[in-house]
Design a protein. Structure first.
Length: 115
């Protein structure tokens, strides 16, 4: 499993009843006018999360987000920024992402290991 696939799993992507799946948004990325989600084809928010026309666009947005904004950070730093403790159990998130993606918390994210 790649890093972004592990992130998507933590965000609840997969089961059809979950918002990320319904929205073709594996990373449950927020929608902001002019932001990265809109630049990747998202047309609205649900209510604050982007809705992509296709799942491929959602995956490309998630990959682009991590490559352009998180590459060079450690896995721990990236998870703490992407899934802050104010909204998530960041410790569980970090543990699961590392376990599933076969990474260590101090590994540096790069285009190769992001997915």
């Amino acid at each position: 499993m790649t890093f972004i696939e592990a992130v998507a799993r933590m965000e609840g992507f997969g089961p059809p009843e979950n918002r990320p799946t319904r929205n073709n948004n594996p990373g449950d990325i927020e929608f902001h006018p002019g932001g990265i989600a809109e630049r990747h084809g998202a047309t609205k928010g649900d209510p604050r999360f982007a809705v992509f026309p296709t799942v491929e666009q959602g995956w490309e947005c998630l990959r682009s987000l991590f490559i352009h904004n998180y590459a060079g950070l450690t896995v721990r730093e990236a998870v703490e920024r992407f899934a802050p403790m104010t909204e998530n159990n960041s410790y569980e998130y970090l543990y699961n992402v590392c376990e599933w993606a076969k990474l260590h918390s101090n590994d540096t994210l790069s285009e190769e290991n992001i997915g």
